[in-house]
Design a protein around this ligand. Structure first.
Ligand SMILES: [Zn+2]
Length: 267
């Protein structure tokens, strides 16, 4: 697979992705092949250039959601280790273009690993990007990862009471209320890499900043990969503090409802 020269802005985003991948690995949020990252790069490319680049390249069949024609997406590979994005991003991730019929894609950069294919969560990522194009157009990046304390929350009875789960996480310290203003969605279990999972995840982003996949992991979107990571990092801090209190044998008093309301001016 020959590589094209990427626009400078795209190169900057790729560096950011490598850096965030190192955070995910260090935090034990990305064991083995867990997690995937994507970014909608369509706006960084000229349409004519993409048509020229893809002209003689092989196309792979994939049933994309309606409205994604012409998308240019950075996306990690199936079975690839997220930690390998730190120093060999061209092997374990690619940039692909969705064809005009939305029936397939062409890889224009990366994917150098033998037998490479985009993550099996491609359908979820493509669906979320399309949702964001229409509803949240500044959010170009998606991070899915396995933050332990958030996953623990998805096994707790509080998972069945989304408002109360959010209140208890927000009450742990002011920054959580401010930087995860719409909170966490308790997204019911769905099998990985299915259209069903994509559907429940879209539902989550209609109201919340984070989709907490029951007994699996968490997903967030942001302007770039760092901003998406921030939502998960801050929310996981709240879950961790809460669980530290429980592990110490007490229910935290937490910020009062009045104090939480007072913080809304900063959201
Ligand atoms: Zn996962």
């Amino acid at each position: 697979m020959s590589n094209i020269k990427l626009p400078l802005e795209v190169q900057k985003e790729l560096k950011k992705i490598s850096r965030i991948a190192s955070y995910l690995w260090q935090r034990e949020w990305a064991e083995r092949n867990a997690g995937n990252i994507s970014m909608n790069l369509t706006s960084f490319f000229k349409k004519a250039d993409i048509l020229e680049i893809t002209k003689d390249k092989p196309s792979m069949a994939f049933d994309f959601p309606k409205g994604t024609r012409g998308y240019v997406l950075f996306i990690t590979g199936t079975g690839c280790y997220l930690r390998s994005l730190i120093d060999s991003i061209e092997e374990s991730a690619c940039i692909l273009c969705v064809n005009e019929e939305e029936t397939g894609y062409t890889i224009i950069w990366g994917g150098k690993k033998e037998g490479f294919g985009p993550t099996c969560e491609l359908i979820s990522h493509a669906s979320i990007h399309h949702f964001n194009t229409e509803n949240n157009p500044t959010h170009l990046a998606i991070v899915h990862t396995h933050p332990p304390e958030l996953i623990v929350m998805s096994h707790h009875p509080l998972f069945n009471n989304e408002d109360e789960l959010n209140r208890q996480i927000w009450m742990m310290c002011p920054e959580i209320r401010v930087f995860v203003p719409k909170g966490i969605h308790c997204t019911p279990y769905a099998l990985s890499s299915t259209a069903a999972l994509a559907k429940v995840t879209i539902e989550a982003f209609k109201t919340r900043n984070i989709s907490l996949w029951e007994k699996h992991g968490a997903t967030a979107t942001g302007e770039d990969v760092e901003k998406a990571w921030d939502y998960l990092d801050v929310a996981n801090k709240g879950a961790k503090l809460l669980q530290m209190c429980w592990a110490s044998g007490f229910q935290p008093s937490g910020l009062s409802n009045e104090q939480l309301t007072e913080l809304e001016q900063f959201t």
